[in-house]
Design a protein. Structure first.
Length: 434
């Protein structure tokens, strides 16, 4: 009797699995066709007006670098606590408002002139802007630690769904508390930039600057290749040098800088029109600050004691406790690092788009989360790459497909990636238990 009833059940399970595979293949085929259509639309747009297309690509890079700082917080927190911190976008909002009051009310970006009246304007802007960013990072890190201490820590031994629902509640609380008159405001406020915007075109960019950027990038690339080759032949020290933060910074910063300056500095005539691009100092500052902060984060994670403790806690919290690691302190430090990066992203976002409001963290926060998933949540390089992809997807969709559809196209990227790479681009597939 048992054998008689087990066969239909087994056949039914095989049929369901077969139907699921067919549906999965159909979905993948549909999104592949959709992707080819998008490539066709973008290719036609590039051929019709290369200048506008490349300008949109540069705008996508600027937005992607901002998303990267937010996504790093998502991926670090999930890697250790396995929590999707939906309040992270609101920490980003608090960082933007902190910088607004620091610039508009306290004039903190001009503090060097209070102590040294004869200081040059350029040095004053540099020191003042860095001070504003550090202030926003400090306030955002403090808020993230407070949220973790009072909202998430009591639920650490509870089911994950409890912490997830709490994260949503904390997000709404921070958003609408910020709308109160004695907190921030519920109005849209124009953001005063701590420095003037300068636009650089081809005539203003020195060829020596472009050549210098390419030379430094090539040197960094050759050194990275050399260390990779020697490490594969048993040189342990080369493997350490390969991950050196200065080398990583050289690859990223000078690589992107060389491409941006080359595109801006060249003049190409197509169809009787001169391809003359321009780039603002806002984009260069966003690119440099984002890459610098990500490089510092990589250094902290890879070369410091707290970084080693973070990696140990992410691997196995119980064993990390047995080894004497203060896992609660590590989690708090992780929230502080993620909150600080989100605060810096808030300053850069407000500087680029010149507006702050109490709900500004919702959409950037969700898109940064999608970027972290696309890159492989838990992977720091994955968060960076996924954010650049997200920035390009959003800007190109708004510029060449439909502006109202840009959010739909950007979030559809999550569906496509999960169908093709369920673990994300840089994520590791789950181990099979035997």
């Amino acid at each position: 009797m048992a054998q008689t009833f087990s066969r239909p059940a087994k056949n039914g399970a095989m049929m369901q699995r077969h139907n699921g595979m067919l549906l999965n293949r159909f979905s993948q085929g549909f999104f592949i066709l959709l992707g080819l259509f998008v490539v066709y639309v973008l290719g036609r747009a590039f051929l019709q007006n290369p200048k506008v297309f490349v300008e949109q690509v540069l705008n996508g890079l600027q937005l992607g670098f901002i998303y990267a700082l937010i996504a790093l917080g998502y991926t670090m927190i999930y890697g250790i606590v396995k929590l999707i911190n939906f309040a992270h976008g609101d920490v980003f909002m608090v960082g933007a408002f902190t910088s607004f009051y620091a610039v508009a009310t306290l004039q903190l970006h001009r503090w060097p002139t209070w102590l040294f009246p004869g200081v040059s304007e350029g040095l004053m802007i540099l020191i003042g802007t860095v001070t504003v960013i550090l202030t926003a990072m400090l306030f955002s890190a403090t808020l993230a630690v407070v949220i973790e201490r009072f909202a998430y820590k009591p639920l650490r031994s509870k089911p994950r769904i409890a912490a997830l629902i709490t994260a949503i509640g904390v997000s709404f609380f921070v958003e609408y508390f910020g709308a109160l008159p004695f907190a921030f405001t519920n109005n849209y406020i124009t953001y005063p930039r701590p420095f003037e915007v300068n636009v650089y075109s081809g005539e203003m960019i020195s060829p020596l600057l472009v050549v210098g950027a390419w030379v430094l990038f090539v040197i960094s690339l050759l050194l990275s290749g050399w260390f990779t080759w020697t490490s594969r032949h048993g040189n342990v020290q080369a493997q350490t040098w390969k991950r050196h933060p200065l080398l990583q910074f050289g690859l990223l910063f000078f690589g992107f800088m060389a491409v941006v300056l080359t595109l801006t500095g060249v003049k190409i005539e197509t169809g009787g029109k001169v391809w003359d691009l321009s780039v603002s100092n806002v984009m260069l500052i966003i690119m440099g600050a984002s890459i610098l902060l990500q490089t510092l984060l990589q250094y902290v994670v890879s070369h410091t004691r707290i970084g080693k403790a973070m990696r140990a806690a992410a691997y196995d919290k119980a064993v990390a406790r047995l080894m004497g690691i203060n896992v609660d302190g590590v989690i708090t430090a992780t929230f502080a690092l993620g909150g600080g990066l989100a605060g810096a992203a808030g300053v850069l976002y407000a500087t680029a788009f010149k507006q702050v409001h109490h709900l500004m963290g919702i959409i950037p926060g969700l898109k940064a989360f999608v970027a972290a998933v696309v890159g492989g949540i838990g992977s720091i390089p994955g968060a960076f790459v996924g954010s650049l992809i997200m920035g390009q997807t959003e800007v190109l969709a708004a510029g060449f497909i439909s502006t109202p559809m840009r959010d739909a196209v950007a979030f559809s990227l999550l569906i496509v990636v999960l169908l093709v790479w369920p673990q994300g681009i840089f994520g590791e597939p789950p181990a099979e238990k035997v």
